[in-house]
Every structure is written in C-alpha cells, then in structure tokens.
Design a protein around this ligand. Structure first.
Ligand SMILES: Nc1ncnc2c1ncn2[C@@H]1O[C@H](COP(=O)(O)OP(=O)(O)OP(=O)(O)O)[C@@H](O)[C@H]1O
Length: 461
C-alpha cells in the first residue's frame, strides 16, 4: 500500500525540504487511513460472519473475551437465558481460567460445552454453547418464558416500533404510564420492558390484574391489611401489592375494571405517595412507579361515570397505544416463524414452513386474541402436525373457516350460483364437511343452507 503524487511541470517548491516533509506526512496519514478502513471492513466482515453462524447454528452460543466479558450471544442463547443459567450454575471465571475444552451440566440440566480460543499461545477468549442433542435440551431445560426473562419483541410495524422507542425513553423517567390496546397485544410485555430499562430495574416488578380479583379482595390485595382488620386476616397482617412494589414498578392491568371506591384510594396514593393498609392507622411512605393498562375505552367510562376523570389524568401522563395484530399484518409472518422456531425447539421437532395459501389465510385472519392467540395457534399446529409444510388443512377450524371479505362482484357471482366446482370444493374443505361447517359456509356465501345443499348436489360434492 502506498501513496504517489504527481505534479505538473515544474513541481512547486520541489526543492524545498519542508515541502517534501509535508508530502511525506500527508502520505503516511493517507496510508494509515486506508489501513484503518481495511481493518475496519475486515472487522465488520468477521462480525457479520459470526452473527450469521450464530443464526445458522441452531444451538445457543455465547462468545467471551479474555476477561470473561460477553461479546456476542445468539438468539437461542438469549431465549434459553443461557448466560443467566451459566452465572447461576458455575463460576465463569474459573471456567475461563481452566482454558481447556470442558463439558458441563447446568443446574437445570442444560448441557453446555466450553471451548477456549487461542492465537499462538495467547488466550483470546472462549465460546460456550449448548450440546447438539436437542433431546437433552428438551428435558425440562427450556424454561417457561416468564422465568426466562424478557421476551424478545418481534415487530417491524412502524407504529409499534415507535411505541417501543417511546417506552424505552420514558422508562428513564418516573412518569406514570397508561398502556392502551386490546387483550393479548403485549401490554404486560411493554410494562416489563419499561421496568427493565428503568433505574428501578433492580427493584421488584409487581403485576396485578384488577379484573381477575373479586372486588371484595382487591382492596386488601392492593393495599394489604393489618392484623385483626377482618375475620380471617392473617396474624401480623399482610403487605399489599403496592407496598411490595416499593422502589420498583407496579403494573395495574385492566385498570378500567377497578371499582370506584378503590379508584379514589389509588388516586390518594398517587397524590400523597403514602399508603395505608386496610385496618391500619398510620400511612407509610411509598416509592412506586405505576404503569396501568386497559383495553377499555376510559373516555367513554368517564362520560358514563364509571371511571374517575382525575384518576385518568393522573394515570395517563404518558399514554402509549399498542396496535392490534390485524393493524400490523407485516408482523404476522415474523411472529408465526418466531413461534414455529420456539415450539420446534421445545418439542424437539424439525423446523416447519407454511404453504403460500396457509400463510395468506393466516395473514388475512383478524386475530381477535392477538399475539396470545397466534402463539397458541402455532403451539397447537407444531404439537399435532408432523408435516414439514403446514397447509390450510392443518390450521385450526376458526382460521380455516375465516375467509377474507371478497369484492362485491365476487360476492354477486356467488349469489347467482356462478361459483365454480373447484371453488366450492375448496371452501367445503376449509369450512368442514360437518353440518355446522356447511351452515357456516352457507352464512359466508350469503345463501340458505338448502341452496348450499342444492349446489353441492349439482356439483356432486
Ligand atoms: N411483539 C411481540 N413479540 C413477541 N411476543 C409478544 C409480542 N407482543 C406480545 N407478545 C407475547 O404475547 C403474549 C401476550 O402479551 P401480554 O400478556 O403482554 O398481552 P396483554 O396486552 O397484557 O394481554 P391482556 O390484556 O390480555 O393481559 C405474551 O406471551 C407476550 O410475551
């Protein structure tokens, strides 16, 4: 590598030694920039190669540098929470000092292997990966998601990406947040992300679903109680969820279902930052960050007197709306394959793909239960189906029976009986041959059951 200069005749100041020195200095500067560029692109190339190998490996992989710092971990290691398991199960530094290939079993029976890396005799770092045999990983080693830490957020929809970036920003503050969105859209997941990215992450994350607890118990669950405050009260009393969330985050799910008396009490906590247990006499100072969530229309509830306006404004200092899955069809395919991968690993099955038709149907389906429904659907398919490619026939009935709304001319064709035999056969397959399936199909086609039977007879179906 070198730098050459070419001048016109005569070369300016060619005889001057300081001119020559300047040329030499500039040349070496340019050479070192070129050198840097070259090594940077080599570094980038190796980084991308590592990432690609990590993705293709199909096993959990973590790379450490010579001081035991994690420099890379792949998605599966993340999902398996491999690093935490390692930290809890073994002394990582000892493992690194050992500097020889080691095989071990973590506390949760996850088998891992450590391999050191050298350059000449210098130790560069090492890799830890799970063993190839999936069977062993399957035996209880794949932790349920809740314990495995934060789930990965799968999305490319711009609205959701924006919502996530807002959540990460406001995580740093102590403002109260109101998460709005339908059931199963990921409100609790958002609350956890906010907590984990906040200065309170070392404190507790306490969640309570206001709709799941009977009204008469909700107060003591939230505020706790003193000994003897009611029949059956535990000796010594009991702290409530708000108290348990001290120095951490309290996630109040389904806040719209909170009874009015408790709404007033919660408002006081927010205003005074103090809490009084049921049957208690002295308020205790409390330091919690509240994240509330609801799928209900709180504005309407305020208008009908079911929800306190003052509490609403206190809670929704920062409102974040999480769009339902049907409003972000671009995320459906990503989520489908994310869960296929998860359940194939979990159930020790070969990776599966969807046929074009199945994918189209899954993308058109409105997913009223959102991501929770999608995950359950994939778990069901992967469990019961052994085919490598998932076709329409493998999808659960409610999805098979769903047909995206057609254009009016297509509907007109159907009304006038101009539906082809193939089309009717395909619909029948989709809706099912049972009487219930045929009834659904007739409803879908906008014809009576008797007409449908006539068509089936005509086409000998
Ligand atoms: N973008 C996403 N990527 C991956 N998983 C997601 C995503 N959004 C939600 N999930 C998963 O979907 C499931 C439902 O999410 P979550 O419980 O947070 O929903 P929710 O809105 O709180 O539901 P509900 O109001 O019914 O309690 C969880 O398992 C969550 O991890």
């Amino acid at each position: 590598m070198g730098v050459g200069w070419q001048f016109g005749e005569p070369a300016p100041f060619a005889d001057s030694p300081s001119w020559l020195k300047l040329m030499v200095d500039i040349s070496s500067l340019l050479a070192s920039i070129l050198q840097q560029e070259k090594s940077r692109s080599l570094g980038e190339l190796s980084r991308q190669a590592v990432e690609l190998c990590g993705q293709l490996l199909g096993e959990g992989l973590i790379l450490f540098d010579d001081r035991g710092e994690v420099i890379y971990q792949n998605e599966i290691a993340n999902e398996l929470n491999l690093y935490r398991q390692l930290r809890e199960g073994i002394d990582i530094n000892k493992l690194l000092q050992n500097r020889k290939e080691t095989e071990l079993l973590l506390n949760n029976s996850l088998p891992v292997r450590f391999r050191p890396f050298y350059y000449d005799r210098d130790y560069l770092g090492g890799a830890v990966f799970t063993r190839r045999e999936r069977r062993e990983v399957k035996n209880g080693a794949f932790e349920p998601r809740e314990q495995a830490g934060l789930p990965k957020v799968i999305c490319k929809n711009p609205k959701l990406v924006k919502a996530i970036s807002i959540a990460r920003q406001v995580a740093l503050t102590d403002s109260t947040i109101l998460l709005r969105g339908e059931s199963g859209t990921g409100k609790e997941m958002f609350a956890r992300i906010i907590h984990e990215n906040s200065p309170r992450k070392k404190g507790p994350f306490i969640a309570i679903n206001c709709a799941a607890i009977p009204e008469n118990l909700l107060e003591s669950e939230l505020f706790g109680y003193e000994e003897g405050s009611f029949t059956g009260a535990r000796r010594g009393g009991k702290p409530g969820k708000i108290e348990l969330a001290h120095r951490g985050t309290l996630f109040l799910d389904e806040i719209g279902d909170m009874p009015p008396a408790l709404q007033a009490k919660l408002l006081r906590v927010l205003q005074e930052k103090k809490i009084e247990r049921v049957g208690g006499t002295r308020p205790v100072p409390i330091d919690v960050r509240i994240i509330a969530a609801t799928h209900r229309n709180l504005e309407e509830m305020i208008a009908t007197g079911q929800f306190r306006e003052d509490l609403f404004y206190r809670l929704s200092v920062i409102p974040i709306y999480i769009p339902p899955l049907r409003e972000r069809p671009e995320d459906i395919e990503l989520l489908l394959y994310y869960y296929v991968k998860k359940y194939c690993i979990l159930l020790n099955k070969e990776f599966k793909t969807f046929t074009y038709d199945a994918l189209q149907l899954l993308k058109a389906y409105p997913w009223p239960g959102n991501i929770r429904e999608l995950e359950n659907t994939v778990e069901y398919i992967v469990t019961v189906d052994d085919k490598e490619e998932i076709g329409v026939e493998s999808l659960p009935l409610p999805i098979r029976r769903f047909y995206p709304p057609r254009s009016s001319s297509e509907r007109k064709n159907m009304h006038t009986g101009r539906i082809s035999r193939e089309e009717l056969a395909e619909l029948l397959e989709r809706f099912g041959y049972s009487t219930e399936g045929k009834r659904e199909l007739a409803r879908y086609l906008g014809i009576s059951l008797a007409t449908l039977y006539r068509w089936l007879k005509k086409y000998k179906l």
